[in-house]
Design a binder for this molecule. Sequence first.
Ligand SMILES: [Zn+2]
Length: 207
Amino acid sequence: MIHHHPSDESILDYANGSLGRTLALALGAHLDGCAQCCRTLFLAEAVGGALLETEAPAELDVGAFSSVLSRLGAPIAEAAAPPQAGIAMALPANLQHQRIGARRWLAPGIWIRPVLKDPAEGTRVYLLGAAPGKALPRHGHSGVEMTQVLTGEFYDGGTRYGPGDFLEAGSDDEHALMVGANEECVCVIASRGVPLGLPGLLMRLLA
Ligand SMILES: [Zn+2]
């Protein structure tokens, strides 16, 4: 049962491609298991498509058609299976073809595995795992941070986030997270900038 979802604004940004590829990975991981947000996405895409139809058609470059035709015969590069060694869980479909970096310890009982970094956008996405009962240090953000719970649970104040839940924190939010007592919690986290304070300093070095 999913209780926490991305904002409509973020789903709209995902639909029109303005969210950026790293943040889209976290949101896409949520969409993979959430029928409610898939309906919102469908609606956003339908509205976007309807708006496009009212636009005046753009001029196409004269050579565009022949350029596409010439590429049709090109051999398709064989995609190598990305190394995801040590991932003991089923990842959401949109992460299964991503190269998952090696596990690095951020603090005792807390690890990260970098997935993708976009220096131009100043965004990064990574997996974070934390042992049962672990407290993540209180931190603020220099930009948006999106967290999708894959397994386990954590608490942000009195609010519980379990598998499938999504937490969207803005630059004004500061929070201290506590992992549930029963099992390791693994999340996919995408952020613009890095968490402020010590967690951010470590993140800059490791992810
Ligand atoms: Zn949802």
